[in-house]
Design a protein around this ligand. Structure first.
Ligand code: FAD
Length: 682
């Protein structure tokens, strides 16, 4: 035919255009509604109008980054409806405009649930709300009555920073707070108890101010559950979003085309191209996974996070279905009973797919959630036991949390052979949060490997101290199962197993859903700026990316003088020293501008040494680097390590500059505020 390259590409483009045209209705639907917006309020962003049209008399608004604030908001909304028969609208702040919040009817109270992200920031979806509040004038919100619960972590400098700012701005705009300002502290592991104590206080005040009658909680479903007969193309079998359903799939030359954009609402199903065990100790192993994002149009830059979308393990799915006597093959559809509510995951689907792919069925069960099951107890004895435990904080801590029970384990412990078959599946959908992606600090550099994301994950798996089943994390065990399959290893001794093929074989050949989350954890743009890095354990992940970036940078440039890059790294022993073969190679290439200081905390017959100890040993160097404008980066454990490093740096500054500790502490704070001291901790 004599086609040249240009002709060929033009023909391909035409064929694709025709394909897209033929699927135009599907595409329109997909673009107009990502899964997150499946049903909400006919698209109106006018919050007062939506509230009025749906006959609601209470508003709960959440700003959530990873789903925790959303989860608490929904629990609170459900309880208000169940105890006081209020018509509660629970909504994501991102989905509405708020210019007329002051025009809400005078009997409507707004309860805010706001999580804090990064350096005291609002969640991404609530940034415009922050701007709105910040710019509000003194009487702009004077009619607004609100309650507020912030979700934060006291190991961070700006603990509950976003909720604190919200309270300040609301106060300035004339709004009136009802009850106390609640603050949940994930750092102390007390979010649940903080919420319960805040809630009991606030409900008393609300009862009084709104003249509410309280009665025994009665579950009122928010969705209509409808059984369907057969699996058709539109039935989700666990696909991460609507675009992956066969009825919406686009293909070209027999290749499936994924549409995007890919973000927290919709992942890209990406192939794992390499996976190996970085270390395998008696107690823990660490998996290195390389994921190819070519064709996704997703970009990452060094220091960003990868969101990995897990599914639940076979054993956990079985326990869950078993305790509630659920048939995994049941096909169902859900429709919201009013237009302010959204379906939490793609439907129609099957009960088995929901339990495996969409619901957070493992992990510790909260006392509040546990108490809700009282109304469905198989008999009066079990009902009494549930009530007793749910009302006794320390008994619950000992009997349920102390034994590392998840929901199914806890209910089974109480009921023995009795099934919890009075629990409706809609109640479970409404009570159990959606399975969330887990984040990993990317350990590759976008300068070296543009299209490949490296993830370094410690497998969360430890023996149950109380002698029960091992305590396992969802995602890290999935990554370990992929590593085993990828390298043809026998997985029978692993504590949990997964369906690696996924829904309709979507994950076949080692694919995994992922998205990229931007982070502010970035190297200074001037390569001559000195860099201090603190990253023990998997905290070293982004620093591997940083150093690979610097190596590539000097390979590409001539006559560049790099500033000193000093990395403090710690591991338990020599076996779990991550990427130990790579570092000397990097040091050689960076020719003296990179130095790594290593310590171990569990070498036999040797004193435990932590990175903070090493930091003090190198006090003079560290001080010199800070005086020369060094950028400081800390990554890894938020509790002990990050605080320890911060305290050691305060000591060093105080001694080196002969100033009071308080002043040195202020200097560290300033470095944090100005972005010269950055933390990526979890
Ligand atoms: P989950 O299922 O989330 O479980 C969490 C923990 O709870 C596990 O330790 C598990 O054993 C335990 N658990 C499970 N069931 C119960 C129960 N019933 N009772 C009590 N405990 C239970 N991690 C890395 O390894 N590398 C990184 O580079 C990395 N970077 C991160 C970056 C950021 C910004 C953040 C926020 C986190 C990062 N993490 C990283 C942590 C990571 O996101 C996950 O939290 C971690 O891997 C555990 O995920 P999982 O799904 O395996 O465990």
């Amino acid at each position: 035919l004599g086609l040249d390259n240009t002709d060929f590409y033009v023909l391909c483009g035409l064929a694709l255009a025709i394909g897209l045209y033929l699927k135009r209705d599907t595409l329109k639907e997909l673009f107009m509604s990502n899964d997150d917006d499946i049903t909400i309020s006919g698209g109106s962003r006018d919050i007062v109008e939506v509230l009025r049209e749906n006959g609601k008399n209470y508003l709960v608004l959440f700003g959530s980054q990873t789903g925790t604030a959303e989860d608490y908001a929904k629990k609170f909304a459900k309880e208000l409806a169940a105890k006081f028969e209020l018509n509660v609208m629970c909504a994501d702040i991102e989905k509405y405009d708020y210019h007329n919040l002051n025009e809400l009817p005078s009997n409507v109270v707004v309860s805010f649930f706001i999580s804090t992200y990064g350096e005291g920031d609002f969640p991404d979806g609530a940034v415009q709300f922050e701007e709105f509040l910040q710019n509000a004038e003194s009487s702009d919100l004077e009619n607004l009555k609100y309650t507020i619960f912030g979700l934060g972590n006291s190991t961070y400098e700006f603990y509950n920073g976003a909720a604190k700012k919200a309270v300040k701005y609301l106060d300035q705009a004339g709004s009136k707070i009802i009850g106390k300002f609640g603050q949940g502290d994930d750092g102390a592991g007390t979010t649940d108890e903080d919420f319960l104590s805040w809630k009991s206080d606030v409900l008393e005040v609300l009862k009084d101010q709104l003249h509410l009658d309280e009665h025994e909680q009665r579950y009122i479903p928010s969705f209509k559950f409808e059984k369907l007969g057969s699996i058709e193309e539109k039935v989700s079998l666990g696909e991460p979003s609507l675009q992956y359903l066969p009825c919406n799939k686009l293909s070209f030359n027999d290749e499936n085309i994924q549409l995007g954009p890919y973000d927290l609402h919709q992942p890209f199903v990406a192939p794992v191209v390499k996976s190996f065990e970085l270390c395998k100790g008696k107690e823990r192993s660490c998996i290195h996974t390389e994921i190819d994002i070519s064709g996704s149009n997703m970009k990452y830059s060094t220091g960003d996070h990868a969101g990995v979308w897990p599914s639940n393990a076979d054993e956990k799915v079985k326990d869950f279905l078993d305790i509630f006597n659920l048939d995994p093959e049941t096909i169902f559809d859900l429709s919201p009973l009013d237009s302010t509510i959204k379906v939490p995951f793609p439907t129609p689907t099957t009960i088995g797919a929901a339990a495996r792919h969409y619901m957070e069925i493992t992990g510790p069960v909260s006392r509040q959630t546990f108490g809700l099951f009282e109304q469905f107890a198989p008999n009066e004895d079990i009902k009494a036991k549930i009530a007793e435990l749910a009302n006794d904080k320390s008994a619950f801590a000992k009997e349920i949390h102390g034994k590392y029970y998840n929901l199914a384990d806890a209910l089974k412990e109480l009921s023995g052979e009795n099934k919890w078959d009075k629990v409706s599946f809609v109640f479970l959908i409404e009570t159990i949060p959606r399975l969330q992606p887990r984040y990993y600090s990317i350990s590759s550099s976008s300068l070296c490997e543009k299209q490949t994301i490296h993830v370094t994950s410690i497998v969360e798996d430890f023996p149950n101290p109380e002698g029960g089943k091992p305590v396992v994390g969802v995602t890290t065990n999935l990554l370990r199962n992929i590593e085993y399959a990828f390298n043809g290893k026998d997985n029978k001794d692993l504590p949990v197993h997964y369906d690696l093929n996924g829904p309709r074989s979507l994950f076949k050949n080692f694919k995994i859903p992922i998205h990229v989350r931007r982070s502010t954890f970035k190297l200074p743009s001037n390569p001559s700026t000195p860099v201090l890095m603190f990253g023990p354990g998997t905290g070293v992940a982004p620093f591997r990316g940083f150093i690979r970036e610097r190596v590539k940078f000097i390979e590409n440039q001539e006559n560049v003088k790099l500033g000193k890059h000093l990395l403090f790294y710690g591991s338990r022993n020599k076996d779990d020293f991550l990427y130990q073969n790579e570092w000397p190679e990097y040091a050689k290439k960076l020719d003296g501008s990179f130095e790594m200081i290593v310590c171990h905390s569990r070498l036999p017959n040797e004193k435990k040494v932590y990175i903070q100890d090493k930091l003090i040993e190198r006090e003079a160097d560290v001080l010199g680097m800070i005086n020369n404008g060094a950028f400081i980066y800390v990554c890894g454990d938020a509790k002990g390590m990050a605080q320890g490093v911060s305290a050691a740096l305060v000591d060093i500054l105080s001694r080196g500059k002969s100033i009071e500790k308080a002043e040195a502490s202020e200097m560290i704070k300033m470095l944090k505020t100005s972005g010269r001291y950055q933390e990526d901790v979890w």
